[in-house]
Ligand binder design. Structure first.
Ligand code: PLP
Length: 453
């Protein structure tokens, strides 16, 4: 089992210490040559070997059974089970619903090397927001044209890095960004990020990123005066978007920017519809993609390239987190001031302390509005009792679920939480010395499904 618990960024830094840029470039060339003529299935086979991916027949072994079988083999108190089949199926669904839209996976959502490699085998591109993310993706042997540097506010050192590695496609949304790019990367291919109406999203970006439609003309004109090459327009409706109207109105806005550019004798050829696609709600995905398919066909010429930046869409359901109960406190109702009278045992409440918490994988509760669902690894015939699930750190803010109902647990019992692939490990800290859990890779896809690739 791979069990290094390392973040991909750390691995990249190590690589850089031991090999020169030239060596990296040669290695990359060789990898590219070797993989150029392989089919997606052959590339996936290589990735499976590299990641030590085990086959998983879900008709014979359930998810709880699979997790149970791992308990003997690991000494960890929390670990992820990742099923690469989820990523492959999401890719197939993407191809079916958005055949003309190239997905650039938003690396920030989960930069685990497993997800990046599987997506590379499938041939997707990448949305990177920092030097380290670009470096991680380039080190996989990915061609720089398959990267968009989609952070509108870039560090100069990272712009220089992008130039040195020929990562040309990048977003911008303000004047000072244009000035930096003019000075440090004048050949860059620029994508103007506009601010769509994101009132229909849980996580809104409008106040931080994106130029208001009224300021687009001036910004385009300025880019022209600086001899910079603007190639397209992007938007991000915000994550957790719940209304397809958001795409409809954003695409109309993009169209009006295309018209402005035309007035300035600039030809735009790229539309970037951003991310925010649900990884678990198929109905919503189909609604959004129908709007994107129809609107892009209606508004733009067929030579306009359409791309997107899905993150959670690929990652969310790929990871399940298994976590053990490390401590437990019984709270009798008399401790609760609202119910001062003595109560019987079946009115007890419990505090459970789990081996991972909001400073670790459950940071999605704070940062991503997530509500992870605890599942019992072993079925219980006990009645659910009121309880609160805490994380392992010494901070009282470290709460995974307050006032929930679970059958009584013992120390050493295991819970598992599905849908823990997006914005979990990516933004986890090792606060208090509790390190992110390792990932064990599985593949439950059948050969028949793979034939659709
Ligand atoms: C975070 C982000 C994404 C990905 O969002 P998801 O909700 O994970 O799809 C895409 N594009 C940009 C610019 C982002 O900041």
């Amino acid at each position: 089992m791979t069990n290094n618990g390392k973040r991909s960024g750390e691995e990249v830094i190590e690589n850089n210490n031991t090999s020169t840029n030239e060596e990296v470039a040669t290695k990359k060339l060789k990898t590219e040559e070797a993989t150029l003529n392989l089919t997606k299935i052959e590339k996936l086979d290589i990735v499976k070997k590299e990641l030590d991916v085990k086959s998983w027949d879900t008709s014979k072994v359930s998810l709880p059974e699979l997790i149970t079988s791992l308990l003997d083999k690991t000494d960890r108190d929390a670990f992820f089970v990742a099923d690469i089949a989820v990523i492959i199926r999401q890719y197939l669904k993407w191809k079916k619903n958005l055949p003309n839209v190239t997905p650039f996976y938003a690396v920030k959502c989960n930069p685990t090397i497993g997800i990046l490699k599987v997506l590379d085998a499938l041939g997707t591109s990448y949305d990177c927001a920092s030097r380290t993310e670009i470096e991680t993706v380039l080190n996989l042997g990915v061609d720089p044209t398959r990267i968009i540097y989609a952070n509108p506010c870039k560090q100069i050192s990272a712009i220089k890095f992008a130039r040195a590695h020929n990562v040309k496609l990048m977003t911008f949304d303000n004047v000072s960004e244009l000035e930096k790019i003019e000075k440090f990367f004048p050949e860059a291919e620029l994508v103007l990020r506009i601010a769509p109406d994101d009132s229909k999203s849980l996580m809104r970006f409008g106040t931080k990123f994106g130029v208001h439609i009224d300021d687009c003309y001036d910004l385009l004109e300025m880019a022209k005066e600086m001899n910079l090459k603007v190639v397209g327009v992007s938007f991000h409706v915000g994550s957790g978007c719940f209304d397809s109207i958001a795409y409809d109105s954003a695409l109309k806005m993009v169209k009006s920017v295309f018209e402005m550019a035309k007035k300035l004798d600039m030809t735009l050829t790229l539309v970037d519809v951003g991310g925010g696609f649900s990884g678990s709600n198929d109905e919503m995905f189909e609604k959004f993609t129908t709007v994107i398919r129809e609107k892009t066909a209606e508004l733009f010429d067929s030579n306009v390239r359409i791309i997107a930046e899905p993150g959670r869409y690929f990652a969310a359901q790929s990871h399940t987190l298994a976590v053990t109960v490390i401590s437990k406190r019984i709270i009798k109702q008399e401790d609760n001031r609202q119910h001062p009278r003595r109560t019987s045992n079946n009115m007890r409440q419990y505090n459970y302390y789990l081996a991972d918490g909001v400073y670790g994988s459950f940071n999605n509760i704070q940062f991503d509005h997530a509500k992870p669902t605890p599942m019992l690894l072993k079925p219980s015939n006990k009645q659910p009792t009121p309880c609160t699930l805490f994380g392992p750190t010494c901070d009282s803010i470290d709460v995974i679920a307050r006032d929930t109902q679970i059958p009584e647990l013992k120390i050493g019992d295991w819970l598992y939480f599905p849908d823990m692939g997006a914005y979990t490990t990516a933004s986890a800290s090792s606060f208090n010395g509790f390190c992110p859990p390792p990932v064990y890779y599985y593949n439950s896809i059948s050969d028949e499904e793979l034939n659709n690739l």
